[in-house]
Design a binder for this molecule. Structure first.
Ligand code: AMP
Length: 303
């Protein structure tokens, strides 16, 4: 299993080595302790090929595994299931759009209990404008910059991952609170960054509504999704055409989880603080329980 995980390192060069080091260390301290890996990509494995494939030569998918994997799966899964609990309907009967807006950000389309599309891709740089990541970009822009600036692959990667996004546009900070403050003080680039940030979210939600042929519930989570009333109201403004009605009072005052749409809104809008640890614990329990049965069966066979 460890060898297989190591072979996947090229797909997650920043995350895999650190996690594998943790597994090895734990094994050296507690050699008999079972260890369970919960993958942030797992929830998105239900995406259909039309959503996860890139329109590149097919053999790149076969040889290198180039496709959309998506991330934040534990978070999207947690808040979507929690939303279904609140709405009081079965998870697999709903169309839900979950917006995980933190320093990293992604949106997922969850139809009848399954992730059918999500904005992050092979790497976390696709999709939303984030703290320091560009999100979607004309690929020609990157090759043009590489050519004009004479930079290598590594520097180009750093450019789109570390120096872009909210930080790159505003020149103020990658921290949304500081950018909001700067915009209130009249900083035009901070305002531009916010406008672009909200516009990108609106476009993705719109496209996922089309992809799912409708939406029942939109959920906001992550540091910005949970705390920024401005972001939620700016985004929701553009969906009044389909009967979404935000309760402005609730949107301002909500702390923790709950509805921020009115009772007569045709689309329910919720804030749900994410809890990835709970999902990890649940998935771990499932594997431990399944393993218990397996071990018991093995023992019975031996009798
Ligand atoms: P996360 O990665 O989920 O911890 O989210 C971090 C982001 O949430 C940063 O951009 C913070 O500025 C932002 N954030 C945290 N609290 C607030 C708040 N009250 N209003 C706006 N943004 C916030």
């Amino acid at each position: 299993m460890l060898a297989e995980l190591e072979s996947l390192t090229p797909l997650a060069p920043l995350h895999n080595p650190a996690n594998i080091a943790g597994i090895r260390l734990a094994r050296s301290v507690w050699p008999d302790l079972p260890q369970i890996g919960v993958f942030d990509t797992a929830f998105h494995q239900t995406m259909p090929p039309k959503a996860f494939m890139y329109a590149l030569p097919y053999d790149l998918y076969e040889r290198l595994g180039i496709r959309k994997y998506g991330f934040h799966g534990t978070s999207h899964s947690y808040v979507a299931k929690r939303a279904a609990d609140f709405v009081g309907k079965p998870f697999d009967s709903l169309k839900i759009i979950t917006c995980h807006l933190g320093n990293g950000a992604s949106i997922a389309a969850i139809k009848h209990g399954k992730s059918v599309d999500t904005s992050m891709g092979l790497t976390p740089v696709e999709g939303m404008i984030m703290g320091t990541r560009s999100g979607d970009l004309d690929l020609g822009v990157l090759t043009y910059i590489i050519d004009k600036e004479g930079i290598g692959v590594q520097a180009a990667n750093t450019l789109i991952n570390k120096h872009s996004g909210i930080l790159g546009i505003s020149g103020v900070s990658s921290d949304m609170r500081e950018v909001l403050r700067a915009s209130e003080e009249g900083n035009e680039r901070a305002q531009l960054a916010l406008n672009m940030y909200h516009y990108r979210i609106i476009k993705y939600i719109g496209s996922y509504i089309a992809a799912m042929d409708g939406v029942d519930t939109i959920v906001f989570t992550g540091g910005i999704g949970e705390n920024s009333a401005i972001t939620r109201s700016e985004v929701c403004k553009n969906f009044t055409y389909m009967g979404l009605e935000l309760d402005l009072q609730k949107n301002e005052s909500i702390r923790g989880e709950g509805f921020i749409s009115t009772n007569k809104s045709k689309v329910q809008v919720m804030v749900i603080p994410t809890n990835e640890e709970a999902v990890i614990a649940e998935e771990t329990m499932k594997v431990v329980e399944a393993n218990k049965v397996f071990v018991m069966n093995q023992k019975l066979k031996q009798l």
